[in-house]
Write a protein that binds this ligand. Structure first.
Ligand SMILES: *Cc1c(COP(=O)(O)O)cnc(C)c1O
Length: 396
């Protein structure tokens, strides 16, 4: 591996210099007004990134997975039913966590490559007239398959059924990179981490709770200690945590939100879309298919690319690391060996994306795939030339 090349894994993502510096700070008293000057703006920044006026933001020293656990343990009780679709490795792991916590999971098996079947959710919710289902789980962006799902459609399914279940959304690989509307979509718990769209090192679980989710914390009886949102809220009220916070990361998060909001969220989303379109143009030029079944579910943060039958896609990832010092993502679970992934989220420019596309081409040619060198690069160049980035004056 090289420390100079950007990474093309879908998290952790490349860290802008300004954020690396923001994380590197002297020790301060983590129970002090000075700490409050980092903590409160960071929470306010996250709330804006979620497009919410009123979500309660909690930030734990953890990762996205801890955010899932925060959502479940604070609001639910053993034996409660939740509804979830399984369409990739991350939705699978969240379901597994529910089961380990003694929840009953009504699983909608969905092909890997497809989005959440909101129509199936609608039928199941309409049939659940006793309102047994306490929460609906939705993975906004399935990082294993490069598939985006329609969260607004899940909200419509709940509303059409007049169903009171909460809506929990895993936005770990979408929030801060793809449009996410906490208030408009009626999200009750949103979950993310620091190392994807926020462009920081791993180490923070970031969650937003709606009023309804906060109310559910008073009836849910699953055990919780480290991830107890009430302990956390009590800490926040006195500029502190119930334990020792990751102060440097919180300082980084505060700056990351500033960076994103200064660029403008809509510009951030447009930048991710443009870069993703360039990668997709390259994939088409290679004559390969995405794992995502159709354009309506294409992810703007990661592309999972199918390789021909009989070829082990993981070889591309191993070869890229060994020969060129570049990191791509391997296929996970059901698509292990069948896809390799190009992560294109966080701090990335057209120029960086082109270098990743060029490297993928070299690897595929080295390994004997029928890929013409320069074909994908040229397709992406054409796209980027025709869709120029906004001015670079404020780039990180
Ligand atoms: C990365 C990721 C996770 C897991 O997050 P960690 O920070 O690794 O715990 C969960 N869900 C999705 C969609 C992800 O991309």
């Amino acid at each position: 591996m090289s420390f100079q090349n950007p990474v093309f894994i879908p998290g952790p993502t490349n860290i802008p210099e300004s954020l690396r510096k923001a994380c590197d700070m002297p020790t301060i008293d983590h129970r002090s007004p000075l700490f409050g000057q980092i903590l409160h703006p960071a929470r306010e920044g996250v709330r804006k990134v979620l497009k919410s006026d009123s979500a309660e933001i909690f930030i734990f020293p953890s990762t996205g997975t801890g955010g899932w656990e925060t959502a479940l343990t604070n609001t639910l009780s053993a034996g409660d039913t939740v509804l979830a679709a399984r369409n990739g490795m991350f939705s699978h792991r969240w379901i597994d966590m529910c089961q380990r916590h003694g929840l009953k999971v009504d699983i909608v098996e969905t092909a890997w490559g497809e989005g959440l079947p909101a129509d199936r959710y609608a039928e199941i919710l309409a049939a659940d007239t006793a309102h047994e289902i306490r929460a609906v789980l939705a993975t906004h962006n399935e990082t294993a398959t490069g598939v985006k799902s329609d969260i607004a459609a899940v909200r419509r399914a709940l509303d059409a059924a007049g169903h009171p279940a909460m809506l929990f959304v895993d936005g770990v690989s979408s929030i801060a990179s793809m449009d996410f509307r906490f208030d408009e979509w009626g999200v009750d718990v949103a979950v993310t981490g620091s190392q994807k769209g926020f462009m920081l090192p791993a180490g923070l679980a970031i969650v937003g709770f709606s009023r309804k989710a906060m109310d559910a914390t008073r009836t849910g009886t699953l055990p919780r200690t480290f991830f107890d949102v009430h302990d956390m809220a009590k800490g926040y009220a006195s500029n502190a945590y119930p334990y020792t916070p990751a102060v440097g990361l919180l300082n980084g998060l505060n700056q990351a939100c500033d960076l994103l909001l200064r660029e403008g969220l809509e510009n951030v989303f447009a930048r991710h879309h443009r870069i993703a379109e360039g990668v997709r143009a390259a994939v088409r030029a290679w004559g390969l298919d995405l794992c995502a079944v159709d354009p309506s579910v294409y992810s703007d943060t990661v592309s999972a690319i199918r390789t021909p039958e009989g070829f082990n896609a993981t070889d591309i990832v191993t070869h890229a690391a060994e020969k060129y010092g570049v990191a791509f993502g391997v296929g996970l679970g059901e698509v292990a060996g069948k896809v390799f992934r190009i992560g294109h989220l966080g701090s990335l420019t057209d120029v960086m994306a082109l270098s990743g596309i060029a490297t993928a081409e070299m690897c595929m040619a080295d390994l004997g795939l029928d890929i013409k060198l320069g074909s994908g690069v040229a397709a992406a160049q054409d796209y980027y030339r025709g869709h120029p980035a906004e001015a670079h004056k404020d780039a990180a």
